[in-house]
Design a protein. Structure first.
Length: 222
């Protein structure tokens, strides 16, 4: 009989709780929905086999877990919103600056151009091949030993034959070795940030003819 009395007291407490929270729509509050289901279960239980204290405690622990998850989700969403706002401010500060981003494009203007490379580790030998739009090799630059990381270089527009290449668009490829073993190397393109946009992944930089790039893709800012 004591279990039935304790269960009845718990039911009264839950009923009182629900009466105090009628201002919140049940459909919008998981905690209210959970309590109503629990109270309904207790009202319709078998009097000869009532819920014991352990069962009630277990279900109350479940509602605490659900409530905690809801609060955590709200906190994480607020943090995500703050991060997105911070990204936008950071990105706006890059407008008008040149950046190094992944890409193989090289633009020659006024007889000079610039590009970059990103090395996963130090290399004994680094070679950059410059090609025109038809795929013809214009110049092969041997950069010698280089440290790991993102590095910027210039091209004076001179071809392998010593003539001046025409202004326009070219592409680069990178090869690097260390002790005869290949080193991961990535070509980098230089472009000016002209604007900032937002998509589902956050702030993106408009880098002119290079297209758009994420802030995380920026290797260097000039």
């Amino acid at each position: 009989m004591s279990s039935i009395q304790e269960t009845g007291q718990a039911s009264n407490l839950f009923t009182s709780y629900n009466a105090k929270n009628t201002t919140q729509p049940a459909a919008d509050d998981p905690q209210d929905r959970f309590l109503k289901l629990l109270v309904t279960q207790m009202k319709n239980q078998d009097p000869l086999n009532p819920l014991d204290n352990a069962q009630v405690t277990s279900q109350l622990a479940q509602i605490s877990t659900v409530n905690g998850i809801e609060k955590l989700n709200t906190t994480l969403q607020a943090m995500a919103n703050g991060f997105t706002a911070g990204q936008s401010l950071q990105a706006a500060g890059m407008i008008g600056h040149n950046v190094l981003v992944p890409g193989s494009a090289l633009h020659l203007a006024g007889g000079s151009g610039a590009f970059g490379i990103d090395l996963a580790q130090p290399a004994d030998e680094v070679k950059v091949t410059i090609q025109d739009s038809s795929g013809a090799t214009m110049q092969v630059m041997n950069l010698g030993p280089q440290a790991a990381g993102s590095l910027a270089f210039g091209w004076d527009g001179k071809t392998a034959g010593g003539t001046q290449a025409a202004d326009g668009g070219y592409t680069i490829s990178v090869e690097a070795t260390r002790g005869g073993q290949k080193v991961d190397a990535q070509p980098l393109a230089i472009g000016m940030v002209q604007g900032v946009s937002q998509d589902s992944q956050g702030a993106r930089l408009n880098v002119g003819s290079l297209g758009t790039a994420a802030i995380a893709d920026v290797k260097q800012i000039f």
